[in-house]
Design a protein around this ligand. Structure first.
Ligand code: FAD
Ligand code: SF4
Ligand code: SF4
Length: 495
């Protein structure tokens, strides 16, 4: 986490880079490892608690070059194995180290359509950076080459300078593809299929495209303007977008093929069905699912109190149940919406928390209070049906469960009351059930995920699926990888 001011970080990087550029001999691996690992400049926690602007401010050009110079250009590139879409990481870091930022971005874009998004939200410390030789040499994944931050820098620079080259579209084939949903899986499919010259129509249930990138992940982690730019690029390529269009309600999936003349359909409807704890009091007023809370705050702009007419509770004490990224997003959003106290309640310890280390640290810096080895047993309301308190239980850690994490075991008789004015349940999401329920013959797992073969095809001819609707709640980069695979199969099929 950044403890120096952005100005200090920029100055120190400039001086260190100038010194290195004066060298006439190549840097040895030892010298590369000795280069200062570049911190990400961030907004001051006291200031950012009260605004929704992005927390991480991004590298300066000098920081991006220095960070890239730390890469040892390992011949076996273990980092690439950790990237689900196998970006040529040493290749783009070499270009960035030489100051060729446009070249670096072009290398990334061969494998990833959304580098400005992935550079921000990929869980890099458990993907590419986990395997980095520099991190291993310095015995800390925090000291690995910050691949994602350089990726973000070069993608932002390309977008802001307007130097992105529009993709070439092959001559029209006369074939039509329907893409359901507008999240990262669907964006990837739409782009890859459109490039082959097929007509593409995207159908989105919400009034705005972008999927979780827009309705779930908050503005302070991923500015919506970045996602909108990607959507604009798609429509610029000739992709047609139909919003407020719910497949399964507005139109049935099979009608797209049998009546509307689509030659193939991709389902990328994600995992937007919130899970609840199934405890007493979950239907009290003031209890939200994280999805609803974040959708109101992000998509419906409830944070803009003066102008937006979306109601959202802005009470004193908010409890968030859960310990993943969604819980952190909900808690940090509640801070920005003006809650006096925000409490995260999690039944294991920090070691088992699935949230990214960075998000956890940012939440703490912003004043979120953590209650570990604790969970809600029931929610208590007043005579008007509004939540007023949680009855909580204390836990201790037992033996590891199937996931390898130590199982939380409740401490008998440890019940106590925690007074609270609102509760956000953030314990995970299941796949959206509407399309499987309204489409005969579409096979799913017992958890409701659509089953696909190794080409991304479902049990119905001409119908493909990918992203969270297949994987269960996963990540942006995995959703994109799935989209790429399905798009290749659709293109092959329509040849
Ligand atoms: P989605 O992004 O879920 O998009 C699906 C779209 O389909 C939605 O727009 C939905 O409205 C639409 N849709 C659904 N049903 C229909 C229908 N019947 N008709 C028409 N449209 C429909 N991942 C990370 O990698 N890093 C993170 O930091 C991260 N943070 C997250 C924070 C939150 C709060 C959440 C909820 C998720 C987060 N994720 C994160 C997970 C990541 O966002 C998802 O894995 C990813 O967005 C899945 O992409 P997708 O394209 O499969 O679906
Ligand atoms: Fe790492 Fe994600 Fe970029 Fe791949 S896409 S290199 S995993 S940050
Ligand atoms: Fe560079 Fe680290 Fe990848 Fe080696 S593992 S090529 S040092 S980023």
């Amino acid at each position: 986490m950044s403890h120096s001011s952005p100005e200090t970080l920029a100055l120190e990087a400039r001086q260190e880079l100038e010194g290195l550029l004066k060298r006439t001999t190549p840097l040895t691996p030892k010298e590369r490892i000795a280069i200062t690992a570049q911190e990400m400049p961030t907004q001051d926690p006291a200031v950012r608690r009260r605004n929704v602007q992005e927390v991480a401010l991004g590298y300066t050009p000098e920081q991006a070059r220095l960070e890239s110079m730390r890469c040892l250009q390992c011949r076996n590139a273990p980092c690439v194995q950790g990237c689900p879409v196998r970006i040529d990481i040493p290749g783009f870091l070499k270009a960035a180290a030489d100051g060729d930022f446009q070249g670096a971005c072009s290398i990334i874009k061969k494998n990833s359509l959304l580098p400005a998004v992935c550079g921000r939200v990929c869980p890099q410390e458990t993907q590419c950076q986990e395997h980095c030789t520099v991190g291993k040499a310095l015995k800390s994944v925090d000291k690995a080459v910050s691949i994602g931050r350089v990726e973000r820098f070069v993608a932002d620079l390309e977008r802001e300078s307007g130097s992105a080259v529009a993709p070439t579209i092959k001559p029209a084939t006369g074939k039509k593809v329907a893409v359901i949903g507008t999240g990262p899986a669907s964006i990837t499919v739409a782009a890859d299929v459109r490039r082959e010259g097929h007509q593409v129509v995207m159908f989105e249930a919400f009034h705005k495209p972008g999927g979780v990138l827009v309705y779930g992940i908050p503005e302070f982690r991923l500015p919506k303007a970045i996602v909108q730019k990607e959507i604009d690029a798609l429509t610029g390529m000739g992709v047609e977008l139909k919003t407020n269009f719910v497949i399964g309600r507005t139109r049935k999936l099979k009608a797209l093929i049998e009546e509307d003349g689509f030659d193939a359909v991709f389902i990328g409807t994600g995992a937007g069905l919130p899970k609840f704890m199934n405890i007493e009091g979950e239907n009290l007023v003031g209890v939200f699912s994280a999805n609803e809370y974040l959708t109101r705050a992000n998509l419906m702009k409830a944070y803009d109190f003066e102008r937006a007419d979306t109601p959202i509770s802005r009470p004193g004490r908010v409890a968030v149940l859960g310990g993943g990224n969604v819980a952190m997003d909900a808690a940090r959003t509640a801070v920005r919406l003006g809650a006096e106290e925000v409490h995260i309640i999690y039944r294991r310890t920090e070691v088992e928390m699935p949230a990214r280390i960075e998000e956890l640290a940012h939440a703490k810096e912003e004043g979120v209070i953590f209650h570990l080895l604790e969970n809600a047993k029931r929610l208590i309301g007043d005579k008007d049906g509004c939540v007023t308190a949680l009855e909580c239980l204390r836990y201790e850690l037992g033996e590891p469960d199937a996931s390898g994490r130590r199982r939380p075991v409740e401490v008998k008789g440890s019940e106590f009351i925690r007074e609270i004015d609102a509760v956000i349940v953030a314990i995970g999401n299941d796949s959206n059930p509407l399309i499987p329920r309204t489409t005969d013959g579409l096979q799913t797992t017992k958890w409701g995920n659509i089953i696909v073969d190794e080409t991304g095809k479902t049990s119905i001819d001409r119908v493909y699926a990918g992203g969270d609707i297949v994987l269960g709640a996963a990540t942006v980069i995995l959703a994109m990888g799935e989209g790429r695979r399905a798009a290749a199969s659709i293109n092959e099929r329509l040849k």
